[in-house]
Design a binder for this molecule. Structure first.
Ligand code: NAD
Length: 495
C-alpha cells in the first residue's frame, strides 16, 4: 500500500473546533473562539470554540436529560456492548483521519498516532464493551431470613477532563468504563488538543450512541474545566492532568456537591539498574526508548535513571548512544520517531529545566538544546544529564519533555530510598537477574506499577494509576468500572 502524503492531506483538512452537544455541532454561547496553532510549524490549525460556564451548563443539562430518559442506561448491557463495539469499529475505520488530527494537534509522529494512539483507543472502547455483559453483582452471605443484594449502578453524569499528551487514549480510558456502565459523559479536552475528542463524539453518535450521552465542550481549564468540575449536577469527575490542577479538582468538589474525584496525575518515575543485570544493552535501549517516546511527554516516563555506581559510566554511554536514535524530525514524515513538543509554553518549560540542570552542575551528555527552530515548531533534542544529585530540580520535578537524569547509587537500600523520595509514585522500573532482589525491591517501591526487566508492558487488563501525589484513581481494567458506578445494598426480608 502507498504511504499517504500526510502533508497533502493536512493541507486539505479543515478541522471543526465547534462544541458537540446533543448530537450537534454548535458555536460557543457567546460566539467566541480561540486560535489553535500546530506544534509542527507554529501555523494556524483551527478555530476552537471557547466553551465557558454557559456551554457547560447546556452540555450537563443535555447529558442529565439523556440519563433520566434512560435511552442509554436503560438498555441492557448486551445492547450497550453492541453500540460501543460499533463505536470502536468507527474509530478504526477513521484511523488515518484521527491519526492526522492527533499529530497536527499535539505534534506526535504520525507513525505512532496510527500504530499506537488510534488503535489503543479503539481497543479500549471494545474491551469495556466486551466486559460489560460479563460482570456480575453480588449476593451477600447473610442469614436465611433475608436477602442482601450488592449491586453497582451507573452514577449519572460524569465530567471528564483530560490532558494533551495522549488525547485519544486518555479520553478512551475514561469513556470506555463510564459509558459501558451506562453513564452520560461531558468531556473537556485540553485546549491544546481538542480535535480528536470532538471527532470521537461525532463517531459515537454515528455508531448509535443516543444523543446527549457524550457531549464535548472544548475550552480553557480555568473556564470550561472549572465550570464542569464545580457543576452541581455532575456526579463524578474523571481527571487526568497535572498534580497542580488535581489539587484544584478536590477543592472544586469541596466547594460544590462533593462529587467523586478520580485524579490521575503527574509522575517522576525511577528506573533502577543493578550491576547484576546481564543484558545492559537491552536495559539501555528500554531506558532511552521509554523516556523519549512521545517526546518525553508521558506521565510514566522513567525520567530518573538510577544506576549502580560500578556500571554507571558504561551504562550512561550506552544510553547516550541510544538517545541519538531519537533526534526530532517532521511529525508527518512516517520515518520520524520523535516529534514536536505541544506548544511554545512547553518548549520554554523544558528549555528552562535544561538550563537549571546545567546551572546546578549536572553534566549534559546529549542534547541540551532546541532543535529544528527554522520550522517554526517546538522541538527539543533528546537530552541526557549525568551526575545528577537528588536535590536538583531536574531530579525532583516533572519536566514532561525529553530530558533524562542519571543518578548513581551504591546499595539496594540507597536505590530504594532515592526512588521513594519523590512526592510522585506513578511507576517504577528495576533491572536485576537476582530473583529475590526483584521481588524485594518491587515490594519496596511506592508506585502504582513496577516494571521488572522491561519498562513497556501494557494491557487493558491491568490498572494504571499512582501512589502518593500521582493520584488516587485507576484507569483501565475492570477496576475502572468501580469509579463510575455507585455501590448499592438492597435488603429484602424473606421470613
Ligand atoms: P493540566 O493539569 O495543565 O491540564 C489537564 C486538563 O485540565 C486540561 O484539559 C486543562 O484544560 C484542564 N485544566 C487546567 N486548569 C484547570 C482548572 N483550573 N480547572 C479545571 N480544569 C483545568 O495538565 P496537562 O499539561 O494537560 O497534562 C500534563 C500532565 O498530565 C502531566 O503532569 C502528566 O504527568 C499528567 N498525566 C497523567 C496521566 C496519568 O495517567 N496519571 C496520564 C497523562 C498525563
Amino acid at each position: 500500500m502507498d504511504t499517504p502524503d500526510w502533508h497533502a492531506r493536512a493541507a486539505s483538512l479543515i478541522p471543526d473546533g465547534r462544541i458537540w452537544i446533543n448530537g450537534q455541532r454548535v458555536a460557543a454561547a457567546d460566539g467566541e473562539t480561540f486560535a489553535k496553532l500546530s506544534p509542527i510549524n507554529g501555523a494556524h490549525l483551527a478555530h476552537i470554540a471557547r466553551g465557558r460556564a454557559a456551554d457547560v451548563d447546556l452540555a450537563v443539562a443535555s447529558s442529565r436529560q439523556a440519563f433520566e430518559r434512560g435511552s442509554w442506561v436503560g438498555q441492557p448491557p448486551a445492547a450497550r456492548k453492541k453500540v460501543l463495539l460499533r463505536f470502536a469499529e468507527k474509530l478504526s475505520a477513521h484511523r488515518e483521519e484521527l491519526a492526522l488530527l492527533e499529530s497536527l494537534d499535539m505534534g506526535k509522529p504520525i507513525r505512532y498516532s496510527l500504530s499506537v494512539d488510534v488503535g489503543s483507543s479503539a481497543r479500549c472502547i471494545a474491551w469495556y464493551a466486551e466486559a460489560i455483559d460479563k460482570v456480575y453483582d453480588e449476593i451477600a452471605p447473610t442469614g436465611r431470613e433475608s436477602l442482601a443484594l450488592v449491586t453497582r449502578e451507573a452514577m449519572g453524569v460524569i465530567g471528564v477532563i483530560v490532558p494533551w499528551n495522549y488525547p485519544m487514549i486518555m479520553a478512551a480510558w475514561k469513556l470506555g468504563p463510564a459509558l459501558a456502565a451506562g453513564n452520560s459523559v461531558v468531556m473537556k479536552p485540553s485546549e491544546k488538543s481538542p480535535l480528536t475528542a470532538l471527532r470521537m463524539a461525532e463517531l459515537a453518535v454515528e455508531a448509535g450512541l443516543p444523543e446527549g450521552v457524550f457531549n464535548v465542550v472544548p475550552g480553557f481549564g480555568h473556564e470550561a474545566g472549572e465550570a464542569l468540575a464545580l457543576h452541581m449536577d455532575v456526579d463524578a469527575v474523571g481527571f487526568t492532568g497535572s498534580t497542580r490542577v488535581g489539587r484544584k479538582m478536590l477543592e472544586y468538589a469541596g466547594r460544590s456537591n462533593l462529587k467523586r474525584v478520580y485524579n490521575e496525575l503527574g509522575g517522576k518515575s525511577a528506573n533502577l539498574v543493578f550491576a547484576d543485570f546481564d543484558d545492559l544493552e537491552r536495559a539501555a535501549v528500554a531506558a532511552a526508548g521509554s523516556m523519549f517516546f512521545n517526546q518525553g511527554e508521558s506521565c510514566n516516563a522513567p525520567s530518573r535513571l538510577l544506576v549502580e555506581a560500578s556500571i554507571a559510566d558504561e551504562f550512561a554511554a550506552r544510553v547516550t548512544a541510544e538517545a541519538a536514535n531519537y533526534l526530532p524530525g517532521d511529525p508527518l514524515d512516517a520515518k520520524t520517531v520523535m516529534g514536536a513538543l505541544v506548544d511554545d509554553g512547553q518548549l520554554k518549560t523544558v528549555l528552562g529545566y535544561i538550563e537549571s540542570g546545567k546551572q546546578e552542575g549536572a553534566r549534559c551528555l546529549a542534547g541540551g538544546e532546541q532543535a529544528r527552530s527554522e520550522t517554526g515548531g517546538y522541538y527539543v533534542a533528546p537530552t541526557v544529564f549525568d551526575g545528577v544529585r537528588n536535590d536538583m530540580r531536574i531530579a525532583r520535578e516533572e519536566i514532561f519533555g525529553p530530558v533524562l537524569s542519571i543518578l548513581r547509587f551504591d546499595t539496594e537500600e540507597e536505590a530504594i530510598a532515592i526512588a521513594n523520595s519523590s512526592s510522585y509514585g506513578l511507576q517504577a522500573g528495576l533491572w536485576t537477574d537476582n530473583l529475590s532482589r526483584a521481588h524485594r525491591v518491587a515490594r519496596a517501591l511506592r508506585a502504582g506499577t513496577v516494571h521488572v526487566n522491561q519498562y513497556d508492558e501494557d494491557d487493558m487488563t491491568v490498572p494504571f494509576g499512582g501512589y502518593k501525589q500521582s493520584g488516587n484513581g485507576r484507569d483501565k481494567s475492570l477496576h475502572a468500572l468501580e469509579k463510575y458506578t455507585e455501590l448499592k445494598t438492597t435488603w429484602i426480608r424473606l421470613g
